[in-house]
Design a protein around this ligand. Sequence first.
Ligand SMILES: [Zn+2]
Length: 134
Amino acid sequence: MTDIKSAAAAPSCGSTKPLSREAEHVLRNHGTERPGSSALNKEKRAGAYFCAGCGTEVFSSETKYDSGSGWPSFYAPVDDNVAATIDTSHGMRRIEVHCAKCQGHLGHVFEDGPEPTGLRYCINGVALDFKPQD
Ligand SMILES: [Zn+2]
């Protein structure tokens, strides 16, 4: 498994702690976590969600809502900290979203979200670090 070793040796672009294997898979290889597997699905406290790859604040609890999809969902990102590209993998045309700073893959955005944006940012919980407000 030399790929894991070389990934661990690569520059971590400012991350303060090593990524879990699953976070690495999602952020760097566009992986998707199992639906319902993230504890953040049920997270309702006020606070901020940071990119697990580099610590950039990407979402706020203020825009989080329960979409019932099995992934943490938001209707808007934090300013320009999240960027989007068209993803045509798996025979679908989806909009992929990633951290604007480290390019780490976060999830996808769909146009069936609530007001005021009408957008649903469907995000892998493993790609996020939640810090509750104190
Ligand atoms: Zn990042």
